[in-house]
Structure formats: structure tokens, C-alpha cells
Design a protein around this ligand. Structure first.
Ligand SMILES: *Cc1c(COP(=O)(O)O)cnc(C)c1O
Length: 370
């Protein structure tokens, strides 16, 4: 068998007729950037998240960056976030001229360790970006309490958490703004780059619409120094086909995670917790001899991933922040041990079975209870 970490072609083939029709409709329409498809998607995605406004932009990185900018964050400010994320989280802060300030993660959920945030708050701190990593929502109630006490904005990095539940709410409405990415590997994805901000703040939504389009509301009248960061009509039309399936896909991801947890419970791996606050963008296990296991699985035709091998504070790009090894031991340990197994909704039962069997074989575990 050959099992990729992600089988995007299989998803496309399943919905090909509808997707092709939507693409054809946009190509024939003559409107390729923003326009009706984008407006309708914005409305539908805001409603899906339980939020009031959605602003489509060019990427998840821009969704974070423009949110910070529109909230007035810039040079001299500090923004607290996690060092265990895709680097875009920190880049978005750097782009505004502000400084990312890292806080270690929780070893079980891989999201920011909320108990360690307060000690990093200074007079310069303006915002917190909790990352709902792997589809797991950060511990938002205590985080919101800290933000309230210190008067900080919360921008959710929800790029891996489309539809992720948190108590009676959903990722996207748990802070002042939430950034989503729709790039191909995400739980809700288009066929290229795309992103969006969800917010309940009308003024913020309005500012974001200016920032994404050269600072103009009316063509050739520019109110502020804006950017060119729009969602394409083609991508919006594709997202509108996929959005109605998102809950069903997330449910399948949870089933797949559950399948692994049940059948690997006796393996010498640390399995993720199956709480009701994850949509399993990744299914991540901890393996002490990680690289050997990854190589073995590769030989068996099973592609795995490492999200991410180097914490952001140790990336050469961020040398100037002068962090060093040992600063965030939980994140650094995770980076050495984590391994992502295929968990996408398009996985077939026989593929899941095959993966479980190869892992059990590796650890010389009996097959009887599989
Ligand atoms: C994908 C991702 C981003 C960036 O999104 P792009 O659309 O690639 O710019 C930011 N943060 C996290 C956690 C992501 O997974």
C-alpha cells in the first residue's frame, strides 16, 4: 500500500462534478477577485462559525497580519504566542513591526500553557495569539480572563481549527478576531492560497475590508495605506461547495483518531487525548525513537509528517530575538518526539487498518485485538 499523509486528489474526485461546475461558472462570470462568490462565502462562513462578519483575504498569514494591523498593533508592541506552531503565526507579528513573545506549551494539548502567560505580560503587551494547533482549541476561558485583566486583544490562530468546538462555541468567535487559512492541507481548503478573518466587531471588519484592498472603499479613493490581499472568486466558489461537508469531514477525522487510539492503546506511544474540542487537523503521537519509526513507516508505504521539527524561537530567521535551546523545554521536547499519522477524512478503512497493523508489527504487539 501507498498511503500519503494527505490525499487531496481523492477528495477532488469525490466532488469533482460540483467543483468543476462552480469553477466554470466563475470563469464565465467575468468577475475574478472578490465579488458575489466571495460575499456569499463570507456570509456562509461567518454563519458557520457563529460569528457576525467574515472578511476573505489572500492567506492565513495575511488574516493574522491584517487583524493585528487593524487592531493598531505595530512597532514597540509585544504579542504573546506559542513557539510550537507554523512560523506564519510569528511572522504575522513581525510584519507589523511588533515583537513576538513566546510562552511554552502544554505537553498534552500542544496549545499555549495559559498558566505561563501572565509572567510574560509587560507594559508593551497588546495581544495574545493562541494557536488552536492540530485542530485542538486552546484553553480559552482562563486565557480570556488574563486578556481581560491586562486589557489585551485575542486573535485566534484558527488556521488548523475550522469548525473546532469549544464548550457551546466554536473557533472563530472566542476572541476579538480569528484567522483562518484555506490552503490545500487545511480542514477546509481551496486549490491555492486563501484565508479569512471572522469577527463580531463591525468596525474591525470594516477596517479589514479597507486593508485588504489598497486602503480603499471606493475605487481610486484611498483612506489608509492598505495592501493587496483578496480572496479570489474561484477559491470562494470552491470553498462554498466544500463548506457544507466540513462537519461530516471533521467527524470522520475524529472517528479516525478514535480508531488509532483504540487499536494502539498498548503501544509504547503517547497518543493524543480525544476530547470534544478537536477537529484533528493532525493526529499526532509522541515517539521516543521518532526518526527510526518514521523511516520504518516510510518503507511500509506510509507517509507521516513532523509538525514541526524546529520550534519558532530556535529558527535561524528569529536569531535576533536571542532565545536559546532550553528556553521552552516542553515545546523543544515535543519537536523531537512528535509524529503525525494520516488522519484525513478520505482515508479508507483498509488503509487505517494497514497503518495500525504495521505499527503493531514494529512493536511486536499481537494482532488479536486489532
Ligand atoms: C497554515 C497556517 C498558517 C498560515 O496560513 P497560510 O494560508 O499558509 O498563510 C498560520 N498558522 C497556522 C497554525 C497554520 O497552520
Amino acid at each position: 500500500m501507498n498511503i500519503p499523509l494527505l490525499n487531496l486528489q481523492r477528495q477532488y474526485r469525490r466532488y469533482q462534478e460540483e467543483i468543476d461546475a462552480a469553477v466554470g461558472r466563475v470563469l464565465a462570470s467575468g468577475r475574478y477577485i472578490l465579488g458575489t462568490e466571495v460575499e456569499l462565502f463570507e456570509r456562509e462562513f461567518a454563519a458557520y462559525c457563529g460569528g457576525q462578519y467574515c472578511v476573505g483575504v489572500a492567506s492565513g498569514t495575511d488574516a493574522l497580519f491584517l487583524s493585528l494591523l487593524a487592531l493598531g498593533i505595530g512597532v514597540g508592541d509585544e504579542v504573546i504566542t506559542s513557539p510550537h506552531s507554523f512560523i506564519a503565526t510569528a511572522l504575522s507579528i513581525t510584519f507589523t513591526g511588533a515583537t513576538p513573545v513566546f510562552v511554552d506549551i502544554d505537553p498534552v494539548t500542544y496549545t499555549i500553557d495559559v498558566a505561563k502567560i501572565a509572567e510574560r505580560v509587560t507594559a508593551k503587551t497588546k495581544a495574545i495569539i493562541p494557536v488552536h494547533l492540530y485542530g485542538q482549541v486552546a484553553d480559552m476561558d482562563p486565557l480570556r480572563e488574563i486578556a481581560r485583566q491586562h486589557n489585551l486583544f485575542i486573535i485566534e490562530d484558527a488556521c488548523q481549527a475550522h469548525g473546532a468546538p469549544y464548550k457551546s462555541e466554536r473557533a472563530g468567535t472566542l476572541g476579538h478576531a480569528a484567522a483562518f487559512s484555506f490552503n490545500p492541507p487545511k480542514n477546509l481548503s481551496c486549490y491555492g492560497d486563501g484565508g479569512a478573518i471572522v469577527t463580531n466587531d463591525e468596525y474591525l471588519a470594516k477596517q479589514l475590508r479597507l486593508y485588504r484592498e489598497y486602503g480603499s472603499e471606493q475605487k481610486y479613493h484611498h483612506r489608509l495605506i492598505g495592501y493587496n490581499s483578496r480572496l479570489d472568486a474561484l477559491q470562494a466558489a470552491i470553498l462554498r461547495i466544500k463548506l457544507p461537508h466540513l462537519d461530516e469531514w471533521n467527524k470522520q477525522r475524529n472517528h479516525n483518531a478514535q480508531f488509532y487510539n483504540e487499536r494502539l492503546h498498548d503501544a509504547p506511544l503517547t497518543l493524543p487525548i480525544i476530547a470534544d474540542a478537536s477537529v484533528f487537523h493532525q493526529y499526532v503521537v509522541r515517539v521516543p525513537q521518532r526518526d527510526a519509526v518514521q523511516t520504518y513507516l516510510q518503507q511500509q508505504g506510509i507517509e507521516t509528517g513532523i509538525h514541526y521539527p524546529i520550534p519558532i524561537h530556535l529558527q535561524p530567521a528569529y536569531q535576533n530575538l536571542r532565545y536559546q535551546g532550553g528556553d521552552f523545554p516542553v515545546a523543544e521536547c515535543a519537536a523531537r518526539e512528535i509524529l503525525s499519522l494520516p488522519v484525513g477524512p478520505e482515508l479508507q478503512p483498509e488503509e487505517l487498518e494497514y497503518i495500525v497493523r504495521r505499527i503493531r508489527e514494529y512493536y511486536h504487539l499481537p494482532f488479536a485485538n486489532v
